[in-house]
Design a protein. Sequence first.
Length: 151
Amino acid sequence: MVSLLVLNGPNLNLLGMREPDVYGRETLDDIVTHLAQVAEQVGSSITHRQSNHEGELIDAIHSAKGVHDGIIINPGAFTHYSYALRDAIAAVNLPTIEVHLSNVHAREEFRHRSVIAPVVLGQIVGLGSSGYEWALRGLVRHLQQRSVGSA
Ligand code: DQA
């Protein structure tokens, strides 16, 4: 059974009421409930954490080592400047997918750069809440193929 850590960063606890035209009307609870159902369908399980604090996200990434097989992360605005978060992901060396609800490349210039992107397996942007689902399906498939390859 593949075990995944799903991490959401600052302000994502406000999904549903936060700029709904940009981020949609679903709450974080709605998204995580759906994701847990999809996870079960594809033979995996998720543990979800949301934090508005950089250090808590870093601690959660460190704790994933040896416990989870991969990470799905929407780092919120930390995406654009947190070298500490990037270093944490590189340090644990778990396959990680970065998700953004909005198409960051079609928005303000400061959102075009992700300091996280160079250390992740892949990025999904602009698909709204379904981006989390595609991240999960893609990561589970990646992990399953990898374990077949090493069998
Ligand atoms: C976001 C994009 C970031 O630029 C922004 O700061 C967020 C949400 C997204 O999911 O589209 O908080 O990560």
